[in-house]
Design a protein around this ligand. Structure first.
Ligand SMILES: Cc1cc2nc3c(=O)[nH]c(=O)nc-3n(C[C@H](O)[C@H](O)[C@H](O)COP(=O)(O)OP(=O)(O)OC[C@H]3O[C@@H](n4cnc5c(N)ncnc54)[C@H](O)[C@@H]3O)c2cc1C
Length: 451
């Protein structure tokens, strides 16, 4: 996987082989778990924090993603507006504050995650996208975003693809990061502040005993006053989130570095974050060494919440992504891909995170950011800390936090439902965006499937 294929991958943290006492135990060493630890240590310096990670920190989505760091807490403005119209202004403001807080944390702790504010462009590649973009522009402007509509010529002057019919550019509240360096920087910052990180130490069992949380790993045990479970798409030791979140696999290709000539043929001088607005969309960006990361399109659910290495490579999706890449950039024909991978996204039926508490309120959990968790996971962690310490805040009053999404049905209905929805989404893209009976029914109940 490209982001971890580097010489400066940090040395592994030790495995837990003992019993340790903690004030706060964190299960999962992705962004959510690491931001939980960091924000807890900033709130209360000297807190005894232990992080348990089943593989190595960032093993999950956090070091495999596209690095689009967006202020949205609601998987995009349109989704937030449709679900929480009366709270959208607060959600947008909290999202902007979260992104500003993330940036200042990186500066304060000197975390070099190649954080680079940039514009984001959503490309229209089918005639029906143009109408939908015009609505999006009005929504964004209504909430104070600095957005413009671009015609085909203006699009191609920025990034040259014959597929572009138009686009929307947003100039504010988006950045690109280097995903793995963000993980590594967060890990070393919390270690520097006294947190104990244990890798290859999965939390296998958890219970409440004498008002403390008791977590067992294969080699050791953590006893803590409070705990936060941040295993997202993976099944953690507390079962409750499994009703609300399922893992869907998203796949990515990374090209070889482009030559100066190839770069000139594409343009892309301002290095915007790019995507199209099909239901089955692609997202793409440049890396620091002028490669193109190209991902998205299919979102694959494996029966019974399947996760694991066999799903990282897809003989169906990766070649299809390559085909779409060269349709978008025919001038790059012949360019090869150096890396291909996939990873599990935790999604809910409303495409945003969901929170809860268990074990007498001494454990909080959060999961389900869908495909927009790089920025939102810091907010997710902040809310989990509010919940586990019993703080009533503006955040905990949000409907998005207080109410759970519609749960997924148990298997086999879960798998059948997802497959029907994927097919209906594909059909909708083929039929000019017409939703069709199945998607209309789901829309009426406020549920869906996305990546
Ligand atoms: C291919 C891909 C592209 C993406 N692109 C973007 C993007 O461009 N922008 C964006 O905003 N979002 C993107 N996302 C989503 C984003 O990466 C996630 O929302 C985010 O990383 C979630 O962080 P997390 O810490 O909650 O989960 P994870 O990073 O999955 O972390 C969970 C951790 O828990 C560990 N774990 C599991 N079980 C246990 C256990 N029992 N005990 C201890 N540890 C355990 C796992 O090993 C894992 O490290 C993408 C995701 C993927 C897969």
């Amino acid at each position: 996987m490209f982001w971890c294929d580097r010489v400066d991958v940090p040395a592994p943290a030790p495995q837990l082989v003992d019993t340790v006492e903690a004030d706060l135990a964190v299960i999962g060493g992705g962004y959510t778990g690491l931001w939980t630890a960091l924000q807890a240590l900033e709130d209360q310096p000297g807190l005894r924090v232990v992080v348990l990670e089943s593989e190595q920190c960032g093993f999950g989505a956090s070091s495999r993603n596209g690095g689009f760091c967006d202020s949205s807490l609601t998987h995009g403005l349109a989704n937030g507006l449709s679900r929480w119209p009366d709270e959208i202004e607060t959600l947008v403001r909290l999202g902007r504050e979260n992104l500003a807080g993330l940036k200042s944390s990186l500066e304060r702790h000197r975390i070099d995650a190649d954080y680079r504010p940039c514009a984001e462009i959503e490309a229209a590649i089918e005639p029906w996208h143009l109408e939908s973009l015009a609505e999006d522009v009005a929504d964004h402007q209504g909430l104070g975003d600095d957005v413009d509509l671009l015609d085909a010529e203006q699009m191609r002057a920025r990034v040259d693809s014959p597929t572009y019919l138009g686009g929307m550019i947003r100039h504010n509240d988006v950045a690109l990061v280097d995903p793995a360096r963000l993980v590594w920087g967060l890990r070393s910052t919390i270690e520097g502040r006294g947190a104990a990180v244990y890798e290859h130490s999965p939390a296998r069992a958890i219970k409440r005993q004498n008002n403390r949380i008791d977590i067992r790993t294969p080699g050791g045990r953590v006893r803590a006053d409070h705990a936060v479970m941040a295993t997202n798409a993976y099944p953690g030791p507390v079962r409750r989130p499994r009703r609300y979140t399922i893992p869907v696999y998203d796949h990515v290709l990374m090209t070889e570095p482009l030559s100066a000539e190839q770069m000139a043929s594409v343009g892309w001088a301002e290095r915007e974050g790019m995507g199209d607005i099909s239901n089955m969309f692609h997202y793409y960006r440049l890396t620091a060494d002028d490669r193109i990361l190209w991902g998205g399109y299919d979102a694959t659910y494996h029966f019974n919440n399947g996760v694991g290495a066999p799903h990282d490579q897809s003989e169906k999706t990766h070649p299809r992504l390559a085909e779409h890449f060269f349709q978008t950039f025919p001038q790059l024909e012949g360019l090869s891909f150096s890396h291909r991978w996939g990873g599990p996204i935790g999604t809910t039926t409303r495409f945003t995170a969901t929170w809860g508490t268990s074990l007498g309120g001494q454990l909080a959990w959060v999961a389900g950011y869908t495909g927009l968790g790089v920025g939102a996971s810091r907010f997710g962690a902040r809310v989990a800390l509010d919940l586990v310490y019993g703080r009533q805040t503006e955040r905990t009053e949000l409907k998005m936090v207080r109410k759970h999404p519609v749960p997924f049905p148990p298997e086999p209905a879960r798998w059948i439902g997802v497959q029907m929805t994927r097919k209906a989404i594909q059909r909708s893209d083929r039929r000019g965006g017409k939703r069709g009976a199945w998607l209309n029914l789901l829309d009426r109940f406020g549920v869906g499937f996305d990546s």
